[in-house]
Design a protein around this ligand. Sequence first.
Ligand SMILES: CC(C)(COP(=O)(O)OP(=O)(O)OC[C@H]1O[C@@H](n2cnc3c(N)ncnc32)[C@H](O)[C@@H]1OP(=O)(O)O)[C@@H](O)C(=O)NCCC(=O)NCCS
Length: 193
Amino acid sequence: MKQFIKQLRFLYLVKFKWRKYKIGRNFYAGVRVYFWAREKLMIGNNFYIGRDSQIETDSIIGDNVIFGNKVAIVGRYDHHYQKVGVPTRLAPRIRDKNYNWKGLDQLTIIEDDVWIGYGSVIMGGIRIGKGSIVAAGSVVTKDVEPFSIYAGNPARKIKSRFDSPDELEKHIWLEEQILASHKNYRGVESIDV
Ligand SMILES: CC(C)(COP(=O)(O)OP(=O)(O)OC[C@H]1O[C@@H](n2cnc3c(N)ncnc32)[C@H](O)[C@@H]1OP(=O)(O)O)[C@@H](O)C(=O)NCCC(=O)NCCS
């Protein structure tokens, strides 16, 4: 029964509340998740987004991506703070129809198999490369290289995800087979733990 109610909730979120966005299969969203995109939000399969997280920029998110709890993608230029003589609070906001300042062309891209740790903030318009990890509590202001671990504020590369190039090569080779065998993956909710 509990499982059924959860599935109904996801159905409501994907098919009704967020119907103007494109969301793939096996979507999981915790409570109080918030989405807003001016033009587009496209999310791949098997996306997990923890509670109290928010996506507030145009974004493309790949397959098998995890956002921990309290993760945010925020717009760098949400408010036109250089409108001379106008307090930022009263200045045009990116959500206004007639907004024509910076940030309109910014698209955040999170590639496949990215894990964003608890409480991280991602600035709009950056690209997080495939297979990377953003450590808990980071503030990501620049692009993240693939298969890397970034941490801190501002986030910097602390190491590669794998300990050696051989392991990375093996991972890339094996992953294709693993993904093929997970074609029928039904999402975290279906896993008995
Ligand atoms: C990214 C992560 C997996 C790295 O773990 P690890 O491989 O054990 O990393 P290490 O402990 O070897 O850290 C390497 C360096 O980065 C630093 N570091 C690790 N995590 C950090 C963080 N969140 N912020 C800042 N620095 C961090 C370490 O202090 C260490 O610094 P040093 O070399 O100066 O000693 C882990 O730190 C993390 O953040 N996991 C996500 C946890 C989470 O959010 N869970 C809930 C969401 S699902």
